[in-house]
Design a binder for this molecule. Structure first.
Ligand SMILES: CC(C)(COP(=O)(O)OP(=O)(O)OC[C@H]1O[C@@H](n2cnc3c(N)ncnc32)[C@H](O)[C@@H]1OP(=O)(O)O)[C@@H](O)C(=O)NCCC(=O)NCCS
Length: 180
């Protein structure tokens, strides 16, 4: 998974999406999100979190499915990157740089595009963005029940560094960090 064409602003990048053994994989593009992309990312979050109904607390699903206005507020202070294949948005990640660290937020992959390296490409873009901004570390949280997220972060060199109990609407949350 190699990032190519990164520029100084981090807003144009293309990554190869060729997973091991998939010679026919279509290219994956990871680009910085703009306001014009808001309707699409709102639909992406809806597809992702609707799939967890009714297992997740209803308040949590509501909080993680922003409407366009709410998402434009999320963009304040957070740089988002979106992954596209064939023009369709299939993943997203937010990078909130504050006080010398980069927090990863709202990382998702479309349910139909899982296990194809999408989150890996997005997290790699976040790491590049953090390095570009000279921060010392990245960190992320994930619901404790999301074991696939834990495996992904660990595979990408994040260490699990704590648990927040009954944190988001009574859900335990695991914390991950990567020092640069
Ligand atoms: C977690 C999530 C973002 C992973 O997205 P993805 O695009 O499928 O991840 P990748 O294809 O890049 O997988 C990278 C690695 O993560 C691990 N992984 C991902 N999904 C997994 C699964 N279902 N079971 C086991 N390991 C998994 C594997 O180690 C994988 O590498 P491999 O495929 O070479 O074995 C996706 O499952 C998702 O959107 N889940 C719901 C939301 C969420 O948990 N967000 C993260 C909170 S911060």
């Amino acid at each position: 998974m190699a990032a190519q064409g990164t520029n100084a602003r981090g807003d144009e990048r293309a990554v190869s999406s060729e997973k091991k053994g998939s010679a026919t994989a279509k290219p994956l593009a990871v680009e910085r999100l703009t306001h014009a992309d808001i309707p699409e990312i709102v639909q992406l979050y809806k597809r992702v979190w609707d799939a967890f109904r009714p297992d997740l607390p209803v308040e949590l699903v509501k909080a993680w499915e922003p409407n366009a206005l709410e998402f434009s507020s999320w963009m304040e202070g957070v740089t988002y990157f979106a992954a596209r294949r064939d023009g369709k948005m299939i993943g997203a990640i937010g990078c909130e740089i504050s006080e010398g660290t980069c927090r990863i937020v709202h990382l998702v992959t479309d349910p139909e595009a899982r296990r194809q390296g999408v989150a890996t490409a997005l997290t790699t873009a976040a790491v590049d963005w953090a390095k570009h901004n000279n921060v010392g570390s990245l960190w992320a949280d994930a619901l404790a029940r999301f074991t696939q997220a834990a495996q992904m972060f660990k595979k990408l060199g994040f260490a699990e560094c704590g648990v927040l109990h009954r944190h988001y609407f009574n859900e335990d949350v695991r914390l991950f960090e990567k020092l640069l």
